[in-house]
Ligand binder design. Structure first.
Ligand code: FES
Ligand code: FES
Length: 228
């Protein structure tokens, strides 16, 4: 039986073209496809090796790479509940961060951390501010009041705080500091607010325990002269 013809190798079947044709005027004249691929693969490997060696030279432990990617801590001084305080803060930190984690004042609460719930409300120069969205370095040399600053000098609750207790205006209590600060700001400007003004003043505060009606009653009771 006649043997089938031998299958030609790739080299034997390589057709002349602009790369392999010795008569070509192409700058790649004389290259075979295989040679071209082998050469480019070798160059790629060299590039990877070079890139790897650049990183290997950069020893982080020797400090050749930066150890931090942002600005450093900056001194920060302001008045907090009537007392001058000096601390440090990075530009990325919020006022809530500084109060809770640098000054250990845990009365201010972080609920949503995005300006939607009002739990973190404090006063800055007497006006309400959501401390979770206030850059800490913005309050340099300003006057900050937190819920800790509402208690009376003898340590007892302020009339507003006591009114919340009397009216059962809290359940878990997480929202309470924010409501107290918003109500305090209202009374500073409007000593005898109407119910509509109270509702408007605390419209940025959310109580997830649904104690809103008791909270409004508590705030109004202070206006009406009700005292513990
Ligand atoms: S925690 Fe700041 S508004 Fe909710
Ligand atoms: S008392 Fe719980 S969120 Fe208001």
């Amino acid at each position: 039986m006649k043997k089938p013809p031998k299958k030609p190798t790739e080299a034997e079947t390589e057709q002349p073209n602009s790369i392999s044709d010795p008569k070509s005027t192409s700058p790649y004249r004389g290259w075979t496809r295989r040679g071209f691929l082998q050469t480019t693969a070798g160059l790629s490997a060299l590039a990877v090796t070079a890139r790897t060696s650049v990183h290997a030279d950069q020893d982080v432990s020797k400090g050749s790479l930066p150890t931090r990617s942002g600005p450093a801590e900056t001194p920060l001084a302001f008045e907090l509940n009537g007392v001058a305080v000096s601390t440090q803060a990075e530009p990325r930190e919020t006022l809530a961060d500084v109060l809770l984690y640098r000054l250990n004042l845990t009365g201010t609460k972080i609920g949503c951390d995005r300006g939607a719930c009002g739990a973190c409300t404090v006063l800055v120069d007497g006006a309400t501010r959501v401390s979770c969205l206030t850059p800490a370095l913005d309050i340099a040399n300003r006057r900050v009041t937190t819920v800790e600053g509402l208690t009376l000098k003898d340590g007892s609750l302020s009339p507003l705080q006591q009114a919340f207790v009397n009216h059962d205006a809290l359940q878990c209590g997480y929202c309470t500091p924010g409501f107290l600060m918003s109500a305090t700001a209202l009374y500073t400007k409007t000593p005898a607010p109407t119910k509509e003004q109270v509702v408007e003043a605390v419209s940025g505060n959310l109580c997830r325990c649904a104690a809103h009606s008791h909270i409004i009653d508590a705030i109004l009771s202070v206006k009406n002269g009700e005292r513990p």
